[in-house]
Ligand binder design. Sequence first.
Ligand SMILES: [Zn+2]
Length: 589
Amino acid sequence: MIRSAILLAFAATSTLAAAAPAATSLSTIAERSGFQNTGRYDEVVDLCARFQKAYPKQVRCFEFGRTPEGRPMLALAVSRTGALTAEQAKKRGLPVMLVQGGIHAGEIDGKDAGFLALREALENKAAPGALDKQVLLFVPVFNVDGHERFGKWNRPNQRGPVEMGWRTTAQNYNLNRDYVKADAPEMQSMLALVNAWDPLAYIDLHVTDGAKFQPDVSIQVEPVHGGDEELKRAGAALQTAVMADLKAQGSDPKPYYISFAADDDPTSGFVDSMATPRFSTGYFPMRNRFAMLVETHSWKDYPTRVRITRNTIVSLLSQVAAHGKEWQKMTQEADARATAMAGADFPISYRTTFNAKTIEFPGYEYTRGYSEVSGGLMTHYDESKPQMWSVPLRDEVVPDLKIAAPKGGYLVPLADAARIGAKLKQHGIAFKVLASDQMAAEVETFRATKTKFGAQSFEGHQSLAVEGDWGRERRSLAKGALFVPIAQPKARLVMTMLEPRGADSLLAWGEFNNAFERKEYMEEYVAEDVARAQLEADPALREEFQKKLDSDAEFNKSQAKRLEFFARRHASWDERYNLYPVMRTAQKF
Ligand SMILES: [Zn+2]
């Protein structure tokens, strides 16, 4: 609130605000340049305040976070209902749509298109009446620091604007991989905004990379392939409706991500998939909410791309106005179903089947030939010669690994409670702190039978993939451990974060790597003695060892593995080695 007042004061004293006529004072540098250029972030600060000043009853400009380089992260709450705070929106049961631009700051169409759509909607020139029935939360630029790393060649595969921002944040995080792990302060601020407003739909505005072809935009929505079964129907309806609106305005939208199955090879066609929860379209279905990924085609010029993105936002405003209440009811029902998920199978991953259909895809004539530069094949497109491609499309997506939800929930031991508790809080996940010690409690534990660490750093993490399954045992827990109940609306997100085999689980991102490192060793000459003593004492073990030598060539060849066979049976063996610290329980605390 205080921040808004400061911004307002800033706008009032700026000479531009005083001199410019009302209509143009809400236009962007992009618009005034015929969409050749885009403004710097100070324009967003300025426009945010101007919109509030021009429409004090319909617009509230506010700061929801600070970037690592100290810039304000701004949002505009826009509605004709009078509800301009999260509390009012919740109290009045109004659907909230969050439209976010510039998560990749070089793909900045969303910022300029959003301000344009906003002005037209406020003037009732676009989506008339839509703002009477919803709250639009517009974040013009998510990656603010990246936006200010401004330059001419930040997007070498993109036509305009002349200069633009950079893909990653000042800390070099790709925010578009960060929804679950939430490393970046920017993402943590976004999650806090989402927790406060609980948007029905989250719209993520991008520009694609990739080949040259005719279609100008892709519209992907979830739940469609994954998430709550009932919500999938509404998700598909939203996707179909927005695509129909765009088609009526001359676009050729596609419902899948338009990148070739094999890099640089147009004949390989396309493969649709369910995004993992590191992406918005994978994350929001885990909260039983809708997400839409809009990717305008990078080789369309900036005026064209902004127009398409603006058309998409306008269509969404109309869709939410028409169906928002009904979809809101559906998400509440999905929340109730998720809360009752205990014991039910939950798909932790999805896969695209090999069922392919042949589609006619409007491309361009192209040649592929030997390149003396790269020494490999190179593709050259001729954009003056449209050509229909008959290519395969695989778009049948099915659940892959299904895991039964715990009957009670997850237990996070005291040693990990502080850091994991903080992460759960960022997502608004409910948990309890155990008030007393639990002695020899019946729990499920996950002892990895196989582990594979990532060979290289990814987003500053070393990943870990584990094999194995949950098994019953008794373990003690100290008071202060966390109980994360499965009986909560965000049950899907709980499982996404805490099931060790999930692609974006905290374990997969390397948050528990320490538990999978061997820390104490037996000297080889000691291990020899231990092995001989065990062989001497137990003929059955001798037989088992011999069987392993005969059947497992890798084992037979490895001195270390042969000695470990016996060390594992010795009292000195670390029983916590490869034990995932998080447990499951059937109990409700
Ligand atoms: Zn992008």
